[in-house]
Ligand binder design. Structure first.
Ligand code: C5P
Length: 230
């Protein structure tokens, strides 16, 4: 089987709930994303347990601080043996370069968040950015690539443009995925189906609630896997 392109977002507030849920999944079919909520509640121990079970972990802590602090945080995250980590591209060139230097090439993948999908044009203007969200995403993605990072987190609706501008080898990770028969969007503004996201050029799909709230998570995972390989 080819490498898993589905990353299940473990948005749980307790280690036991997350571990029980992961018994319904398979490392052959998916990777796992641990974010601020679960990591704050459960700490590095949950990474160790899930890695031991064969899962690759994307540690989604979105570091954003002065260069030295971010570099040290990235180094500590790599030492947990995770598959991928991330920082905010808006931390700027010096911060991105410091993060790159702290993470050995060909070890943990290092990607950057461009513009949070919760921000619209008005929000950006209010905090002093004059670009549209799309312009800013492109600008920050170019900066991220220029600093030698492996890729960015972006909306699947932006992947076609980013893929064209940034080339085949730049990793595009896309949340905001909804299944065709499950059009509930929750708090996601711009959603895309798994098949469309892959067709647009996404490398990895971050999927939370469509899997975590499914009555049969394993079957949902299988269905999504089939839809992206068809
Ligand atoms: O599929 P669902 O909407 O439940 O996925 C939510 C997950 O996607 C959360 O873990 C959130 O952190 C992540 N995410 C996002 N938008 C971004 C980056 C990450 O929704 N721009």
């Amino acid at each position: 089987m080819s490498e898993p392109r589905i990353i299940v977002a473990l948005d749980f507030d307790h280690a036991k709930t997350a571990l029980d849920f992961c018994k319904k999944l398979s490392p052959q079919l998916c990777r796992l994303k641990i974010g601020k909520e679960l990591f704050t509640a459960a700490g590095p121990a949950i990474i160790e347990k899930l890695t031991h079970q064969g899962f690759d972990i994307f540690l989604d802590l979105k570091f954003h601080d002065i260069p030295t602090t971010v570099a040290k945080a990235c180094k500590a995250a790599c030492e947990l043996g995770v598959w991928m980590i991330n920082v905010h591209a808006s931390g700027g060139r010096k911060m991105l370069m410091a993060a790159r230097e702290a993470v050995p090439q060909n070890s943990t993948r290092l990607i950057a968040v461009t513009v949070l999908t919760s921000l619209n044009e008005h929000d950006l203007h209010e905090i002093g950015f004059s670009n549209s969200p799309q312009e800013l995403v492109l600008k920050l993605a170019h900066l991220t690539q220029d600093c030698g990072l492996n890729g960015v987190v972006c909306s699947a609706q932006e992947t076609t443009a980013l893929r064209k501008e940034l080339g085949r080898n730049f990793c595009l990770v896309t949340p905001g995925i909804r299944l065709i028969d499950n059009i509930k969007t929750d708090d996601q503004e711009r959603v895309t189906t798994p098949h469309q996201a892959i067709a647009n050029g996404s490398d990895y799909l971050v999927i939370g609630r469509p899997i975590t709230q499914s009555p049969d998570p394993y079957q949902t995972l299988l269905d999504i896997q089939r839809s992206i390989t068809s």
